[in-house]
Each structure stands twice: as C-alpha cells, then as structure tokens.
Write a protein that binds this ligand. Structure first.
Ligand code: DGL
Length: 304
C-alpha cells in the first residue's frame, strides 16, 4: 500500500468551490487536495449545457494528471448538467457531485415537504434538484412504508406532488466575490429573490450554488430562523467522508495539503479566496490556456 496521502481532485468554475474544500479539509484533514478553478471562463451558470460539459471534461482531464483517487465536482452547475457525461468519460474514477447530497439533506430536514432551491440559471433550468429530491424522498419513504411508519412530508415529495420551488439568483455570485455577502445591498437583492419562496412557505432552503454559503446570515435575516438552510457543499463533504470510512479507504496520516490551480489571475484568487475558504490561501498556480483554434472552425446552426 502506498504511503503517499490519497488525493482528492476538486474543481469549480472559479472560487466558490473553496466553500466545499473548507468542509473537506475539516472532515478529511490528512488528505491531499488538488483544486482547479476555471477563473478564465467563469461563470458557467449562464452558459449552455454543451459548453459546461466541455469545460467540465477539460477540468477533470487536467486533474487526472495528479493521480487523483477521487473527483469532487464542487460546482452545482456542472453537477446539474455534466455529472453523467463525466462519469461516462472517466469510467472507474469515483466522482461526487453536490446535488444528490444536498437533496438528501433537504429531504431529511423538511417537516412540511416544502423545499426551496436557489442556484444559477443553468442549475435551475436543469431541474436537477427537483429530480434528486424526488429520488431521495423515494429512498427515504420505502423503509418507512415497510415498517408501517409514514411521514406525510416525505410521502408528498416522493409522489407526483413534490413541492420544490427553485429560483435563479445570478446577482449573488458577483456580490460574494466582492465581499458584500453581508451588506445592505445583498439583503435588498435577497429580499427580491427570496420573496416568491417566502410566499410558498418553504421550511427548508437549499443553497444550490457554491458561492452562496457566505450569504447564510443575510438569508436568515430575510427568511427568519425557522427556515433550515442546506449547504450542498457541506452535505457533499460529509457524505464523501462517510463513504471513504465505510469503504475502508486508505487512511492517510499526518497533515494533508491544498494546492490550487486557476486558469486566470491567480493573484485575485489568492486575495479573495480567504472569504470562501475561511483562512488564508497559499500560493495559487496559473495553468496557461492556449487559445483554442475556434476561429478556424465553421459555424454551425445552434439550438441553444
Ligand atoms: N460555482 C457555480 C455553481 O455552484 C456558480 C458560479 C458560476 O456560475 O459558474 O453553480
């Protein structure tokens, strides 16, 4: 058995995935983490599914050169639209997205069965959370039914009448990057965005974008303390730690490490990374991207 610490490859469209790394470092402190943030092409949330799939494939290919034993897709947009294509392309490499763990945590938390989701336009349009919540509720309902114990909220979510209300919040990404997640402006924007969910009387809200955890306090001030906030990144780190323990994965000793690569402006990533990671980032490395020869290609008639 190799003595080298096992390695997790983690990627996001940019800096938001550091909110997932924060929990991975806490729960798996001895693991080595290699992170890639595609800062040259962020945001992904406004792009087509085909483009996000291509970018995700490239990011994963970059990380596989570090001999990663596990890949974590720390981006809701990629998890929503590209997880299946990644699993197909990197057959044999365990890949975790953030949607399923977030959906499972929400099903466990809800009492009324009325769940809200906020995310990028691409995540919301994909309806990935709606599908994952229905699936998670079916799993939760089956053993309860067999034991003769029914839970009305879970039954509703498992059936045709799932009450999941999703809303895109694109302005939150730049506000988080500017360090304005707890500003008056953020609370104003959140009041507008969250009003339709408040009217639906949700009792659980999934933060379906890795940029959103810094807004927890502002969201609580708008929705009140009775709405449970689900951080998909945290749920993902917990599930991965549990899986690794259960599978008897090699337990590394000593202190793990974090090495970050970006596709543009590492200095900016270093400067604002702290807001997402919770502590200072070390040196960030640049992966130069040579221009793709797209300008030599013939245009095709697009559908998206
Ligand atoms: N990290 C992305 C996500 O979780 C948000 C930023 C983007 O649009 O690329 O969906």
């Amino acid at each position: 058995m190799s003595r080298r610490a096992p390695t997790l490859g983690v990627f996001d469209s940019g800096i938001g995935g550091l909110t997932v790394v924060r929990h991975l470092r806490r729960l798996l402190p001895a693991w080595r983490i290699v992170y890639f943030g595609d800062t040259a092409r962020v945001p992904y949330g406004t792009k087509s599914e085909a483009t996000v799939r291509r970018f995700a494939g490239e990011a994963a290919r970059f990380l596989t050169q570090f001999d990663v034993g596990h890949l974590v897709v720390a981006c809701n947009t990629v998890s929503a639209v590209a997880l299946r294509s990644l699993t197909r392309e990197f057959h044999g490499l365990p890949i975790d997205g953030v949607i399923e763990p977030g959906a499972e945590a929400a099903v466990k938390a809800t009492r009324s069965g009325r769940i809200g989701v906020i995310g990028t336009r691409a995540t919301v349009a994909s309806r990935a959370y709606e599908h994952a919540i229905t699936e998670a509720a079916r799993h939760a309902a089956a053993p309860r039914r067999a034991a003769g114990r029914r839970h009305a909220a879970v039954e509703r979510l498992a059936g045709a009448g799932a009450r999941v209300y999703a809303h895109a919040c694109p302005l939150l990404v730049p506000l988080a990057e500017e360090g304005m997640a707890n500003s008056k402006a953020a609370r104003e924007v959140l009041r507008e965005y969250l009003e339709p969910l408040r009217r639906r009387r949700i009792d659980t809200l999934i933060l379906g974008c890795t940029h959103y955890p810094p807004f927890k306090a502002s969201i609580r001030s708008v929705l009140g303390p009775r709405v449970t906030l689900i951080d998909s990144g945290e749920a993902t780190a917990r599930r991965l730690a549990r899986t690794l323990r259960r599978n008897g994965a090699q337990r590394p000793r000593g202190r793990g490490s974090l090495r970050c690569y970006v596709s543009d402006i590492p200095r900016q990533f270093e400067a604002i990374g702290r807001r997402f990671l919770g502590h200072r980032l070390g040196r960030v490395w640049l992966v130069p991207q040579d221009d793709l020869p797209w300008f030599e290609r013939r245009p095709i008639r697009g559908r998206e």
